[in-house]
Design a protein around this ligand. Structure first.
Ligand code: NAX
Length: 332
């Protein structure tokens, strides 16, 4: 049998945490034959709730779940972890300034980066989910200099999956037949969902461009983009709570593809440290199309970028530059 993998979930007593931990324990993240040990971290006010989640994990009698560590101590939580899913953070409350929220998250991510760098397994892979996800990941990278930057990512897979979902609904095809959409940039309303390279499986086994199948370019260039960008807000309006099951599922997809590889001919979107690809300035955590093999992601190269896309890719990069300077101003 395989050795168990230690998976840390921070903010585990929260909404996404509650949806995510059973998925991990069932094998949705690392596969049906991979035993796991769950490490759950939350803060003192949520300590009782966290205990309750641990009780439920025990009660669910998951065959793959070897052990559960539930704690409010970051050092204990980080010990030996192979994968860290950072869901805990400080949410923006009504009336709060952007800078105040940023400042809270900067201090959380600074502290947790240090704890993980000191206590995690050396090859630890990190996925930041908590908002502002890209910038939290960047702060994390700054304060965990011994963790390779290739191991620090943020979640834009939910946006990617939302884009697949919208195309699937529009064309009345199953979502598994749609592939290679791209989310460029920030996990925010400036993100650019790009369908220029997306395809749908044809009945003869080939592939057809989404642009050909959705004859209505106007829909693709306007409503499709805003629907994906604003989907989080639409969920809040409907549920009175923000997305949780879809975020948890996307986090599993992100780690699964990263660790086990993307299918041949398919790419996914991940927030990763920019190396300057597609003219995006290095030093930002930016969402790119990536393929993964043997536990390593690489940015898909050589895609043609038209003027419309260029402007949108640059606009979301600009927002990330601003967030970065706001975050750095909170450090002083
Ligand atoms: P909740 O408020 O339900 O849960 C957050 C949990 O984090 C709470 O239990 C809280 O006690 C805990 N927490 C706070 N500070 C902590 C710290 N320093 N260490 C450990 N735990 C801490 O929020 P939830 O709906 O679960 O969302 C979690 C985060 O995901 C938010 O920042 C949210 O904005 C972000 N999201 C990101 C998405 C993405 O695609 N990247 C989509 C969904 C979600 O909106």
């Amino acid at each position: 049998a395989k050795d168990p993998v230690r998976v840390l979930v921070t903010g585990a007593a929260g909404q996404i945490g509650y949806a995510l931990v059973p998925m991990i324990a069932r094998g949705a993240m690392l596969g049906p034959d991979q035993p796991v040990i769950l490490h759950m971290l939350d803060i003192e006010p949520a300590a009782e709730a966290l205990k309750g989640v641990k009780m439920e994990l025990i009660d669910a009698a998951f065959p793959l779940l070897r052990d559960v560590v539930a704690t409010t101590d970051a050092v204990e939580a980080c010990k030996g972890v192979n994968i860290a899913v950072m869901v805990g953070g400080f949410p923006r409350k009504e009336g709060m300034e952007r800078k105040d929220v940023m400042s809270k998250n900067v201090s959380i991510y600074k502290a947790q980066a240090s704890a993980l760098e000191k206590h995690a397994a050396p090859d630890c892979k990190v996925l930041v989910v908590a908002n502002p996800a890209n910038t939290n990941a960047l702060i994390f990278k700054e304060f965990a200099p011994s963790i390779p930057e290739k191991n620090i990512t943020c979640l834009t897979r939910l946006d990617h999956n939302r884009a697949l979902g919208q195309i699937s609904e529009k064309l009345n095809v199953h979502v598994s037949e749609v592939k290679n959409v791209i989310i460029w940039g920030n996990h925010s309303s400036t993100q650019y969902p790009d369908v220029n390279h997306a395809t749908v499986k044809a009945t003869n086994g080939g592939e057809k461009p989404v642009r050909e199948l959705v004859a209505n370019d106007n829909w693709l260039n306007t409503e499709f983009i805003t629907t994906v960008q604003q989907r989080g807000a639409a969920i809040i309006k409907a549920r009175k709570l923000s997305s949780a099951l879809s975020a948890a599922s996307a986090a599993c997809d992100h780690i699964r593809d990263w660790v086990l590889g993307t299918p041949k001919g398919t790419w996914v979107s991940m927030g990763v440290y920019s190396d300057g690809s597609y003219g995006i300035q290095p030093g930002l955590i930016y969402s790119f199309p990536v393929t993964c093999e043997k536990g390593q992601w690489s940015i898909v190269q050589g895609l043609k970028i038209d003027e419309f896309s260029r402007a949108k890719m640059d606009a979301t990069a600009k927002e990330l530059v601003e967030e970065k300077s706001l975050a750095y101003s909170c450090l002083n």
